[in-house]
Ligand binder design. Structure first.
Ligand code: ADP
Length: 314
């Protein structure tokens, strides 16, 4: 379990993290979302004990990160932003070094080194200086050092940032694999990542929590949630438009250049049954009918561009 109570960080006059309270439990993958400068990295540094909070408390598996830092840090694997490592070392020497720092010894150390090497597919580059590795391999080395001591908590700061789509996919699969028996917090400004790996998302801006929901819950806030997109065969759009507009719960109709149209709901109203019935009754030639779940990027923009002072803190 990770718990924060009124966690706050000031850099001089700048309030970077403002009174954050939340908890994350076993098996949860929490996405920490926010625009650049929102306070994500600062929060993660405080959670992992790299930075002391100005006020407030962070507890990792029951250990206060400030009062019992050694016990708390034993439970944490941390991948800092950009995953810095010692570039002149090889993955083999670097991971050996980290295993020593993590106090792994003898057979256990050997087993863990073998395990992370194989889990992150590092065999081909074990003896090559880290500086000379591709970004994807560097990130894998960063993940390997984070999990070498098999921590219960993983804190990953922008784990896929700067990777190509294949490498992103690979890192996300690794995170999903590890999710079953760990608590994972990942920070990201990439919204598709939330869909791909998270079962909960906290959106922060200017250091404050603005939303704490499942990805589906966030999508439900989109004006396009439950919108119905239709494509018509021989029937003309103008012939169907008035009937659709007069349906209960319809906010408006959007037409697209490609000939499709979208019926937008009022307040997420479910329109599909009524639209389907109408199309059948009137004998419209519908070639495609699709319900939209909502657009996360729209919701994200809406939430993070709102006046922060007007939002309720949670
Ligand atoms: P994010 O990770 O969401 O991009 P950060 O936590 O890195 O945000 O930064 C939050 C705010 O704190 C930003 O305005 C940033 O400029 C500022 N900041 C971060 N680190 C420092 C620091 N060491 N000294 C002063 N200001 C900092």
């Amino acid at each position: 379990m990770i718990e924060t109570e009124r966690l706050t960080k000031r850099y001089g006059n700048l309030l970077a993290v403002d009174d954050l309270s939340f908890s994350v439990g076993q098996g949860e993958v929490l996405g920490f979302l926010g625009p650049n400068g929102a306070g994500k990295s600062t929060t993660m540094k405080m959670l992992s004990g790299f930075l002391a909070p100005t006020e407030g408390i962070a507890r990792i598996c029951g250990f206060d990160i400030e009062k019992e830092p050694v016990k708390a840090k034993r439970e944490i694997g941390y991948l800092p932003e950009g995953a810095p490592t010692y570039g002149e070392m090889t993955p083999a020497t670097f991971l050996d070094f980290v295993a020593d720092i993590r106090d792994l010894r003898g057979d256990h150390k050997r087993r863990r080194l073998d395990e992370v090497t194989s889990r992150l597919h590092l065999e081909p580059v074990l003896l090559q200086p880290i500086d000379t590795l591709s970004k994807g391999y560097k990130r894998r080395v960063g993940l390997a050092q984070a999990i070498i001591h098999d921590p219960r908590v993983l804190i990953l700061d922008e784990p896929t940032d700067g990777l190509d789509p294949n490498q992103k996919h690979e890192v996300r699969s690794l995170i999903s694999e590890m999710a079953a028996d760990k608590i994972i917090i990942i920070s990201t400004h990439i919204l598709e990542e939330v869909h791909a790996v998270c079962d909960r998302a906290i959106i922060i801006a200017q250091g404050r929590i603005l939303a704490d929901e499942t990805p589906a819950g966030l999508e439900a806030r989109s004006p396009r949630h439950n919108a119905v997109t239709l494509r018509l065969g021989d029937t003309a759009i103008d012939a169907v438009r008035p009937a659709l507009e007069s349906l209960a719960g319809v906010a408006g109709i959007e037409t697209h250049d490609d000939g499709g149209m979208t019926v937008l709901p009022i307040g997420g109203a479910e329109l599909l049954p009524a639209v389907g019935r109408l199309a059948l009754e009137r004998g419209w030639d519908v070639s495609e009918l699709q319900v939209e779940s909502g657009q996360l990027d729209e919701v994200f923009r809406q939430i993070t561009s709102a006046d922060v002072g007007q939002e309720t803190r949670t």
